[in-house]
Design a protein around this ligand. Structure first.
Ligand code: C5P
Length: 243
């Protein structure tokens, strides 16, 4: 492989300079996501599956007019993406109580929320990605009020799309995390979905077999999707033949 310049290396991905100006190559590793609690171990073949899964979701979003950084998949572990200036926020959309929300507010895991809730966390690993309010974001100049209005609209469109796709394959999208980037088209700034959309950024519950009792007469509650990378790729029909 030709030598190329590494732009950034995170726990689960590496970014290299792309072939054309304004592009990057995003390489998917098998390592767990940074900052995950409990820490995520490496899963063999995860990078290959996340590359496919993120391609599936990002190209679906592109095709319904929700802009993303995704251009095309290059090979098993790499995709070509647009270079964007990353907004230093993790945007979390929640449909069902779980994780941080349940811990912080004491709402039992699995409770349906009355409407999707959008939250912001400041991207700073040393600080543990603390939750922040719009007031902090605007006061510290991380995004403008207009950006935040656009980010909420973008996040809710992504939520509708992902929830619908997941529902069709028997999966409940409890919550997920988005990264948003800015790109300039002439003088016009546009916010786009960046990073990845994969099981590493989504909380997915299996609803298959929950409607009716199984053969033993037991009705299962939605629980985490087992073997999440392979099972999601299998249900979506994007499982590579050699994984
Ligand atoms: O832990 P918490 O309940 O806040 O996670 C909400 C959602 O955001 C989960 O789907 C989790 O996978 C995702 N997340 C993430 N990256 C982080 C923190 C959370 O992808 N650094």
């Amino acid at each position: 492989m030709a030598r190329r310049k590494k732009v950034y290396e995170g726990k689960a991905k590496i970014l290299y300079e792309g072939p054309e100006p304004g592009t990057l190559i995003q390489y998917y590793k098998d390592d767990g996501r940074a900052g995950a609690t409990p820490p995520q171990a490496a899963v063999e073949g995860k990078g290959v599956l996340n590359n496919r899964l993120s391609e599936f979701f990002m190209s679906g979003l592109n095709s319904i007019g929700v802009p993303t950084h995704f251009i095309r998949r290059l090979n098993m572990r790499e995709q070509l993406v647009r270079m964007a200036e990353i907004v230093p926020l993790e945007v979390v959309v929640r449909n069902f109580a779980a994780g941080e929300l349940s811990t912080r507010l004491g709402i039992p895991e699995g409770t349906a929320l009355p409407r999707p809730i959008v939250e912001y966390y400041f991207k700073d690993e040393k600080l543990g990605d603390p939750m922040v309010a719009e007031e902090h974001i605007i006061a510290f100049g991380w995004a403008s009020q207009q950006d935040l209005d656009d980010i909420v609209a973008l996040a809710l469109r992504v939520n509708d799309f992902l929830s619908g796709v997941m529902m069709g394959i028997g999966i409940r999208l409890a919550d997920f995390r988005l990264e948003v980037g800015r790109i300039w088209e002439g003088d016009f700034m546009r916010l786009i979905v960046a990073d990845e959309i994969s099981p590493d950024s989504c909380r997915l519950w299996d609803t298959r077999g929950t409607e009716a009792p199984d053969r033993e007469g037991v009705t299962r509650e939605p629980g985490p999707l087992a073997d999440v990378y392979t099972e999601l790729a299998r249900r979506l029909g994007v499982l590579p033949s050699n994984v």
